[in-house]
Design a protein around this ligand. Structure first.
Ligand SMILES: Cc1cc2nc3c(=O)[nH]c(=O)nc-3n(C[C@H](O)[C@H](O)[C@H](O)COP(=O)(O)OP(=O)(O)OC[C@H]3O[C@@H](n4cnc5c(N)ncnc54)[C@H](O)[C@@H]3O)c2cc1C
Length: 544
């Protein structure tokens, strides 16, 4: 490979060249940058925050789907496939566990401090988010990757044939940056619709909008109905402790389940009943089903989970506290940019995708990949996308002339079709989207009429966004984030309307049953005019 990092002009714009540009510095971006660099590519990684602390893995304790090679691997995959609503693809699941396992072993080889048991056997199925991401940062820098922290990407560039780079803003210096690259990997995470959840402040679906503007297809965007319990008023959406909760009204009366017994276990099959009870009136929980030994384990294993209770000055194992359901969009939902090739290529030449920016339907179908699968997918898809992008860059290295004809693709929130309206703020746009996609009675429990009404509202909002929303200088970022959130909301609603059945986290009151005719993917594309298409997934299992 011939390209090298160099400044192209003397203006106050940072202008670099690379073989591969990785946008996003969570685990998937870090693995992608590492594998591209290992393939000899010159790599630049830009992150909206700081590679090592931003994204949803960094503040969490992350369980991986860690399955050692062996005869029972296929059975383990088969058992999980049974829980995916028939939309996952066991071939992808198998290759993901394989790749993720190999990479976990790389971490061992590189000296990542996994804990071990009394016999010295390493436990590699869990990664402590802060340690893991700090470790990945060191590896990425060691591999010679140029890391630009606090450099959010605002838009992609294209030479008319392929994606040719991206541009954005350096938040700390207030200047613009542009990277010309032979291939780009989007590792921008999911879209949490600006709900306050752990590590998700910057997860506004920017990658989806950038990709769609370049012509990419999204898939599974209807699977955004994943919610997790949290203490009311906190952003701590860690569901595990609620496994041992009982649920009550403010006066202490136990809430009964549909069998007339006290409602327990907030992450089990009764979750729907808790959601229903919460729509009627505030719900309170107490973690009184946890034995003392389990209480100690929870306190030690998930120390950050107890911060809100410490702040409230209560013992959550004995005292009631109000709870809320946090919407998680596509973070622990499933939708994202369609993966069109085994190397995580998208439908757009030169554009690759990894982690939560990608649709995880192949891995998790209509269910959530949080808790294990998503982090293994971030590792594996990161690795594949880095390889795919570096090979693409190598094949197209002679296309250097593209730089002269490259054009920016960003429109919504950046280049409005009309005059900017000062009254239309990014904050207002986000609140309007949230009003349609966060409430339990609209998005947890869905219904055709309500979805249609929400779609109409967001179509109207989109019209305003496209014509009148923009910011100046660094203020382009919030405007662009608001546009991305609005776009993701529209794709989600359109896909949810198209899937006229209930499956996994897509619950339609007007189509309560799962309909085998819908054992297919719902694809969405287009930014202003949204197109919907069904893609067959039949016989995936037979072909495994
Ligand atoms: C509370 C919580 C707990 C979880 N626990 C688990 C678990 O135990 N097991 C599991 O499998 N999964 C878990 N998940 C899911 C898991 O965290 C994600 O699947 C994983 O972090 C995805 O990695 P990623 O690199 O794709 O995205 P992220 O880790 O979210 O990183 C995305 C990165 O992209 C950057 N970015 C965004 N937009 C831009 C832009 N425009 N320009 C530049 N950079 C940008 C962000 O700053 C961020 O650094 C959990 C999620 C949450 C919310």
């Amino acid at each position: 490979m011939t390209s090298s990092r160099k400044s192209l002009d003397t203006s106050d714009i940072l202008h670099l060249e690379a073989d591969v540009l990785v946008i996003g510095g969570g685990p998937s971006g870090a693995w992608s940058a590492l594998s591209a660099a290992e393939n000899g590519a010159k790599v630049v990684l830009v992150d909206k925050g700081y590679l090592g602390t931003s994204g949803t893995t960094a503040p969490s304790n992350t369980g991986t789907w860690c399955v050692a090679p062996g005869e029972d691997r296929a059975q383990i995959v088969e058992r999980r496939w049974q829980r995916t609503g028939g939309l996952a693809d066991p071939r992808w699941m198998l290759r993901c566990v394989d790749r993720a396992y190999e990479n976990l072993l790389k971490l061992v080889e590189w000296g990542y401090p996994f804990p071990s048991d009394d016999d010295g056997k390493l436990y590699i199925a869990n990664l402590r988010g802060p340690d893991y991401m700090a470790f990945m940062r060191r590896r990425v820098l060691l591999a010679g990757v140029t890391v630009l922290d606090h450099h959010p990407a605002l838009e992609l560039f294209s030479d008319g044939q392929a994606v040719s780079g991206a541009a954005g803003v350096d938040r700390q210096r207030g200047r613009d940056w542009r990277v010309d690259a032979n291939a780009v990997v989007l590792a921008t995470g999911g879209c949490a619709f600006h709900e306050r959840i752990l590590g998700a402040t910057g997860l506004t679906g920017d990658g989806y909008l950038m990709a769609a503007e370049a012509g990419a297809i999204l898939s599974g965007m209807e699977f955004t109905g994943k919610y997790t319990l949290a203490p009311h008023g906190s952003s701590l959406n860690k569901g595990l402790p609620f496994r041992w909760a009982s649920f009550h009204r403010e006066d202490g009366t136990a809430i009964m389940n549909s069998d007339g017994e006290p409602l327990m276990n907030g992450i089990g099959e009764r979750e729907k009943e808790i959601a229903r009870a919460m729509i009627e009136a505030p719900v309170y929980a107490v973690l009184d089903q946890a034995e003392p030994a389990l209480q100690d384990w929870l306190r030690q294993g998930q120390p950050n989970c107890f911060v809100p209770y410490n702040r409230m000055g209560i013992d959550p194992f004995k005292e009631m506290f109000r709870v809320t359901f946090k919407a998680e969009g596509t973070v622990r939902g499933t939708g994202g940019i369609r993966v069109a090739g085994s190397d995580c290529a998208t439908d757009v030449p030169g554009l690759y995708v990894a982690g939560d920016a990608a649709s995880r339907e192949n891995m998790t179908g209509s269910t959530s990949g949080g808790g294990a699968v998503n982090s293994s997918w971030a590792i594996a898809s990161g690795w594949w996308s880095g390889q795919g992008a570096s090979h693409y860059a190598k094949r197209n290295a002679s296309r250097g002339a593209f730089r002269a004809v490259s054009k920016p693709l960003g429109e919504a929130g950046l280049r409005p079709a009309g005059s900017v309206k000062s009254g239309l703020t990014a904050k207002d746009v986000i609140s309007s989207v949230q009003a349609e996609v966060l409430p339990l009675d609209k998005n947890y429990f869905r219904d055709g009429n309500r979805l249609e009404a929400s779609r109409e509202k967001l179509d109207g909002l989109w019209n305003d966004v496209r014509h009148h929303l923009a910011g100046e200088g660094p203020e382009r970022l919030p405007a662009r984030e608001a546009a991305s959130i609005a776009a993701a909301g529209r794709w989600s609603l359109n896909a949810a309307l198209a899937r006229q059945e209930s499956r996994g986290m897509h619950r339609r009151a007007d189509f309560k049953a799962t309909d085998q005719a819908f054992t297919r993917a719902v694809l969405v594309s287009g930014v202003d005019d949204i197109r919907i298409e069904a893609a067959p997934v039949e016989n995936r299992r037979e072909r495994a």
